[in-house]
Design a protein around this ligand. Structure first.
Ligand code: SF4
Ligand code: SF4
Length: 237
């Protein structure tokens, strides 16, 4: 259990320029976080810029407000309740040890070097290396964080429903409007699309009703003698 420099120097410590200890955490810290903070402090000391905002732990506040999870490229998988069971998968890594939902770190936004790389982008779980509790409070690494049991089970249930609804909408949006009107007789050579089931068609119908409830559907003429009045959406060719 090591002591931080901030604890060692004490809460009243101020450097020669009157500044307290500034923490730019990480193992190792993202280089751009370091240079950006140093640049802002130098601008302040030169009287050119304002004093940068630091949080209660002495971290640059604008860099460490958001969690890893809020910007993670795998967030869509988490939201649909799809979790990796082994390393090398493209899904959310929470069940194989990712602490991203509670860790404040901007690597998912900024990348490791030149906006490239970063833990989740390269298949790694978050082990909380920017947090004062690291490493002890995040051990053992690569074990499911206990707090994620509630959230991932809730998301798994919700995600299973949402995923199915989204696939139905996706199927609907993968059809040209003209195909819908011709009972899905698809004239295109490349359009080898499965005909939607009766349930899907009923849901698509309701979906479209809601979508265009207060606006005209594209291709629908609303004037007198319009195609809409004749019950048609697209002009005849
Ligand atoms: S991999 Fe981690 S940070 Fe990314 S979505 Fe999953 S839990 Fe969140
Ligand atoms: S382990 Fe977590 S806190 Fe450390 S750099 Fe990776 S995402 Fe950020």
């Amino acid at each position: 259990n090591s002591m931080s420099l901030m604890d060692f120097l004490g809460k009243d410590y101020r450097g020669t320029a009157g500044l307290p200890v500034i923490n730019i955490p990480g193992c190792a810290p993202v280089g751009d976080n370091f240079t950006e903070t140093v640049a802002m402090v130098l601008l302040f000391l030169q009287g050119i810029g304002p004093l940068p905002e630091f949080d209660e732990l002495g971290r640059p506040a604008w860099l460490f407000k958001e969690t890893v999870h809020q910007r993670c490229v795998r967030g869509g998988y988490y939201e649909e309740g799809i979790f990796a069971t082994e390393y090398g998968g493209k899904e959310c890594l929470v069940e194989i040890g990712c602490w991203g939902p509670v860790v404040q770190c901007n690597i998912t936004q900024r990348g490791a070097i030149n906006h490239m790389g970063g833990c989740m982008n390269t298949g790694g779980v978050c082990i909380g290396c920017t947090m004062p509790g690291f490493p002890d409070k995040f051990a053992p690494f690569y074990k499911t964080p206990p707090g994620s049991t509630v959230s991932s089970n809730a998301v798994r249930t919700y995600g299973a429903v949402i995923r199915r609804l989204r696939r139905m909408t996706q199927q609907y949006q993968n059809m040209e409007p003209r195909w819908d009107e011709s009972s899905h007789q698809i004239p295109s050579g490349w359009g080898q699309v499965e005909k939607p089931s009766l349930t899907s068609r009923a849901l698509h119908y309701l979906y479209e009703k809601m979508q265009f409830s207060d606006s005209a559907r594209p291709g629908t003429y609303v004037g007198e003698g319009s195609l809409k009045a004749k019950g048609k959406h697209t002009p005849e060719v």
